[in-house]
Design a protein around this ligand. Structure first.
Ligand code: IMP
Ligand code: MG
Length: 175
């Protein structure tokens, strides 16, 4: 991807400020009751690392790895679990931490699966809420930044596994 085909949409400063705000919201909502953050790999790895340091509530962390079949910039709606949780979530306050919600299929699938294990509560936190292409009714409880449409990369978000290391989030302009 040529550099002229991307431009900064959300700066590292904006991202840091929104994560600080979410961390405060979560700390306020849960107080001293222990929470478990469930990061959805790979895209959320930077977000969850920064978020957990902004949370004052006692927190434990675990990860799942999901992949939706299909390539390119469109999800297929078929979700594959490539890594399961390692810790039991029964009776815990659980927050799913996602990089981005697009169609909503990935999250709906994970949410329903975790519900079966009877957590004490189950909430959703996403860095980016992409609203234009939502196909299932799912709303995050904690949202970093909302946007309408467009493909973005950086700060954990990839295109064909690349660009996750960019410190800012870029909008990819289709040439
Ligand atoms: P959904 O199932 O359509 O909500 O897709 C969610 C997953 O698709 C996210 O966890 C991302 O991995 C990926 N995704 C969706 N939109 C983008 C984007 O704009 N950039 C990079 N990855 C994206
Ligand atoms: Mg991805």
């Amino acid at each position: 991807m040529a550099e002229q085909n991307r431009k900064i949409l959300f700066s590292r400063e904006r991202i840091a400020a929104e994560i600080k705000r979410i961390g405060q919201e979560i700390s306020h909502d849960y107080g001293d009751e222990e929470i478990m953050l469930v990061g959805v790999l790979k895209g959320s790895f930077l977000f969850i690392a920064d978020l957990i340091r902004e949370i004052e509530t006692p927190s434990v962390i675990d990860f799942v790895r999901l992949a939706s079949y299909g390539s390119g910039t469109q999800t297929s709606g078929i979700i594959e679990f490539r890594k399961e949780l390692e810790m039991p979530i029964h009776d815990r306050h659980v927050i799913i931490v996602e990089d981005i919600i697009d169609s909503g299929y990935t999250l709906e699938c994970l949410y329903n699966k975790l519900l079966l294990q009877e957590p004490r509560s189950l909430k959703i936190c996403t860095l980016i809420d992409k609203r234009a292409r939502r196909e299932v009714e799912i709303e995050a409880d904690y949202i970093g930044i909302s946007m309408e449409d467009g493909f973005i990369i950086g700060y954990g978000l990839d295109h064909d596994e690349k660009y996750r290391n960019l410190p800012d989030i870029y909008l990819v302009e289709s040439a």
